[in-house]
Design a protein around this ligand. Sequence first.
Ligand code: NI
Ligand code: MN
Length: 226
Amino acid sequence: MKITFLGHAALRIDTGSHQVVVDPFITGNPLAKEKISLDSLEPDYILLTHAHQDHVLDVEALAERSGATIISNFEIVSHYQAKGLKGHPMNHGGARDFDFGWLKYVHAVHTSSFADGTYGGQPGGFLLRAGGKQLYIAGDTALHMDMKLLPHYGNLDLAVLPIGDNFTMGVADAVLAADFVECSRVLGVHYDTFGYIVIDKKQAREAFAKAGKTLLLPEIGESLTL
Ligand code: NI
Ligand code: MN
């Protein structure tokens, strides 16, 4: 499984057989818009953790061109289906085998509304298993005790955790989250994009290292392979 950081909380996941894009926010991201071309993405599926603009801005353009199937909670998928886009609704605690792999929609503690204030269901995260690897995409979330349930569904090879603080967990809570989900390899997301979430990357790496964990902070456009 190859994972490419697209900036903010956006990821491109190549499973070997399929391309999955998570939370596409590229054209509105000052740090990513010059580095990532939306046209370079050809997703089969688009996973959305919640409806906030910094997670869904480019969904319509991307789904219209690629014909990708949008997977998210019922309210978000219904919103896009009403616009003629393809979708597959899930809800918390639900899991399903798709052709790209196994997916479970799990709890997040956050909010979820569209830019116009429309209800975007309850926010979530995903457990994704493909090609013998498993990852946790936390979405925007606070640290919460339900993260301790996740190891029950199998060992994680990577946890994608927000670390920018203010709107989500910060570094200290993300270190605890890595403990809760029993994963020592963390991909940090949701930092530096806006003034509210600028972090000291060196301090963040040191905090994880001190806890015996690795914090990966790839450049925008950089990939890692699991
Ligand atoms: Ni959010
Ligand atoms: Mn966000």
